[in-house]
Design a protein around this ligand. Sequence first.
Ligand code: UDP
Ligand code: MG
Length: 139
Amino acid sequence: MQGNRTFTMIKPDAVENNYIGAILDKINAGGFVIKAMKFTQLSKQDAEQFYAIHKERPFYGELVEYMSSGPIVAAILEKDSAVADFRTLIGATNPAEAAEGTIRKLYAKDISANAIHGSDSDENAQIEGRFFFSEREIH
Ligand code: UDP
Ligand code: MG
């Protein structure tokens, strides 16, 4: 996963609202190839670990509760400049500020339940992908 891979989760609000298909269409239309994917649910402990970097932020408790509240889809995606291009495709953290046509603008509920995750660096893409997928599942 160097330069050409990123990690995503379709978050509980988007799964609940039956947006998995529409979001995967946007991801493929954006030129991303799905390299690994699973439908799963985070335990509270998983969510605490995944978002440990945000431990000191005021929204951490709410974020952990929310991300473990229902099923998600986790995936590893491939494309040139995957991390940056995927952040562009998903839009700003707050859907009210997200650009027209972005996944968050189209499908997110609010700044917390914002439909989708995208890694913020190549290093984190690799760490996050390995959090969900074993070596055997990553090709
Ligand atoms: N979040 C929140 N309130 C905030 C900022 C972020 O609930 O004020 C949640 C939101 O789900 C976001 C996640 O915490 O996607 C991680 O925050 P980050 O700043 O990394 O945003 P992202 O990289 O997802 O755009
Ligand atoms: Mg982030």
